[in-house]
Design a protein around this ligand. Sequence first.
Ligand SMILES: Cc1ncc(COP(=O)(O)O)c(C=O)c1O
Length: 339
Amino acid sequence: MKGFASDNYSGAHSKIIEAVINANKNHEKAYGNDQYTEEAVGKFKQIFGDDIDVYFVFTGTGANVLSLKTVTQSYNAIICSEFAHINVDETGAPENLTGCKLLTIQTNDGKITVDGIKKYMYRIGDEHFAQPKIISISQPTELGTLYTVDEIKEISQYAKKNNLLLHVDGARISNAAVALNLNFKQFTKDVGVDILSFGGAKNGLMFGEAIIFFNTNLSANFKFFRKQSMQLSSKMRFISAQFTALLINDLWKQNAQQSNKMAQYLYNKIKDFKEIRITQKVETNGVFAVMPRELALKLQQKFPFYFWKEEIGEVRFMMSFDNTTQEIDEFVELIKGEF
Ligand SMILES: Cc1ncc(COP(=O)(O)O)c(C=O)c1O
């Protein structure tokens, strides 16, 4: 069963489980008014500074949708890439819960640019047109690629000049930090990001994501929307304790380093096979490749992984914090046996 399907296929890191067990003592105040939540918020403040608001939710979809919901009206539009998780993998939840229109930008590598955004920046003030309010980018992107600090800055500067906000879907933000060799703040708050969905589950948590508002004026109504959309955990301590465990002693870094390293390892092992063509830069923990469909179907019987664009035989290998070189070696041997 262990394979390369998703960084959600892995279990939770043992230190996360330990933290949950340690939080399972005594009674605590409910709904986030507990000492564990205070501690986890404190950890985020050490990373990003005191002038932030931090909230915890159950899922990445919840983090994204609530980030967008809190700052939009139903007549607004959200600008994102055609591959954005909010566009293709959230069952229309952003549209359903915000009422906003998603304006999508075509991209070959998952990244959007100011030129792409500009296409939608007309008819501002026209009551017949959904009014752009926020740009959402994913870092890393759904294709495993990375925005550079300058690319994020360029988008945020354009956003500020044009009265737009900037949200980052950071479901794999730790993989980005490790790959860029930067701290979290340097490529988010410091370059003008307004709201960050900070991922946990894909980097070793059992479940749980955080939403960080760098512009605290924006978060005034958040708590009401969180409750209304059923993302307020009564026993929040079990999410918060996991985040504290992730953020102390660089567990986040260890986990992300391992999954990124495993993607590089797999890439190096398969890149020269003539039957396989790598389709995206391998910058974080994902490897995208085109291979004969028959081969993919055979390999999938032993090692789970997903087709990405089935019509062209493109597959996705997504590495988890607990994947090992041994599994990759076995996988590569299996490929060799098919040639
Ligand atoms: C880019 C991205 N954002 C957000 C999510 C979070 O989704 P979920 O609601 O499944 O936790 C995912 C998970 O696949 C993702 O890949």
